[in-house]
Design a protein. Structure first.
Length: 232
């Protein structure tokens, strides 16, 4: 039954992308982190990781952190590339609401062929970042220019909030994990906390206050640590 096989491939790709995402954000990829991000049980994650190990996509190191093999990294990079190109198409051409794009792209990332990717790059005028400011990886493989590394020159909102009151910063990247939360994404859009927009940041009673133009939203520290900014 092809459905079973494609489900297996989708699961593998989802795990690869999640490990890739953790590495991008400087988080040590452990099975527990994958369980949190994919809302799956420990045993399920361990079973899938064991299968990926057998398939030569990942290794489990002595301290139990996961390392993508060269092949695993190549596949993960391609899934993330398809995901972020799909996000651009859904935003720039299809006009899907900003807060719904991520979930839709999670479906598209498994079905886009390389031929379609090449057309998307042309159609979208050679994008290097997703609508959330995240670098589209592996563009050189398709004859494009490589974008920045994820953490190049950016820091989390939490670090800025802790450094003093009313810091003005520019939003640069909103992590994949934050994009899953429609409520948070709607709040960010409402207060103008969009990539390449400037906002004011300060500590609030429950977390980090971020806002512009008289509108403010409060983000808890877990979310704020996954929104990356630059200072002027």
């Amino acid at each position: 039954d092809d459905g079973g096989v494609s489900d297996l491939i989708d699961t593998t790709e989802m795990y690869l992308r999640t490990i890739y995402e953790l590495v991008e954000e400087g988080v040590t990829p452990m099975r527990a982190r994958i369980a949190e991000r994919l809302h799956q049980s420990g045993p399920t994650v361990s079973q899938t990781v064991a299968r990926m190990q057998r398939d030569g996509l990942v290794t489990v190191e002595g301290d139990r952190h996961l390392e993508l093999t060269d092949e695993g990294n190549r596949l993960a990079m391609r899934v993330m590339r398809k995901h972020r190109l799909a996000e651009r198409l859904l935003t720039d051409v299809i006009g899907l609401p900003w807060e719904l794009v991520h979930a839709e792209a999670c479906r598209w990332e498994h079905v886009i062929s390389e031929a379609v990717e090449r057309r998307l790059i042309e159609l979208l005028d050679h994008p290097t970042e997703s609508p959330y400011g995240n670098p589209i990886p592996g563009l050189t493989e398709l004859g494009g220019d490589e974008g920045d590394a994820f953490m190049d020159g950016v820091e989390p909102l939490t670090a800025v909030a802790d450094s003093g009151p009313d810091a003005r910063v520019r939003i640069r990247r909103i992590s994949e994990e934050v994009q899953k939360d429609e409520v948070v994404m709607t709040a960010l859009r409402r207060v103008g906390a969009l990539p390449e927009h400037d906002v004011v940041v300060r500590r609030g009673p429950e977390g980090v206050l971020v806002g512009s133009g008289g509108e403010t939203a409060e983000l808890d520290d877990v979310v704020a640590a996954r929104v990356f900014v630059t200072r002027p």
